[in-house]
Write a protein that binds this ligand. Structure first.
Ligand code: HEC
Length: 154
């Protein structure tokens, strides 16, 4: 082989070796903070399940007639999950905010959810649906501060 071809073969081998090595080393890079399964994330997944059930139940008068009795219970469960999330210090550490900012935003959401739970068992569908927007607003207010890397998709 001419020196030129040898050099080509060597560089080809290097490229091939790099192609094999790079994905492996990338896989070993730890995930960015906040992207892994945090305790808050796990709780929020359960919060979201309650949120979706309530959203569906309050959507139309017919849906509320069928699923309405469950709404107050789901809201109470959701408030209890939010209380668990309130205990988490991870989000304030990751976002370099105070734990107090975290609990303040969470307390508003817990209060709205508990108020909604009472409201839902004593009112008609249109009013209940409207009232639930206060809860969602409190979710979003916190996400805007503590979950800045992703937009609300509920
Ligand atoms: C006080 C702050 C706060 C409040 C209030 C809050 N969240 Fe969250 N939420 C977070 C943070 C922080 C994350 C990101 C957690 C992580 O990935 O580590 C999150 C993540 C989520 C996620 C994403 C889960 C996933 O699969 O990635 C959903 C959905 C969610 N929240 C729904 C809600 C709903 C619904 C409410 C209101 C009932 C709510 N959250 C209230 C802070 C909050």
């Amino acid at each position: 082989m001419s020196p030129k071809w040898t050099a080509f073969a060597v560089s080809l081998a290097t490229v091939t070796a790099l192609a094999v090595v790079l994905p492996l080393s990338q896989a070993q890079v730890p995930p960015v903070p906040g992207a892994e399964e945090t305790p808050t994330h796990k709780i929020m997944v359960q919060v979201q399940a309650k949120n979706l059930a309530i959203t569906k139940a309050v959507r139309t008068p017919i849906a509320f007639t069928k699923a309405g009795p469950q709404v107050a219970t789901d809201a109470t469960d959701m408030a209890n999950l939010l209380k668990q999330a309130r205990e988490q210090r991870g989000p304030s550490e990751v976002q370099k905010k105070t734990y107090e900012e975290w609990t303040n935003l969470m307390d508003v959401c817990i209060r709205e959810t508990e108020a909604f739970s009472k409201f839902a068992s004593a009112n008609e569908q249109p009013a209940v649906k409207k009232q639930f927007n206060n809860v969602k607003g409190a979710c979003t207010n916190c996400h805007n501060v503590f979950r800045i890397d992703s937009a609300d998709d509920f």
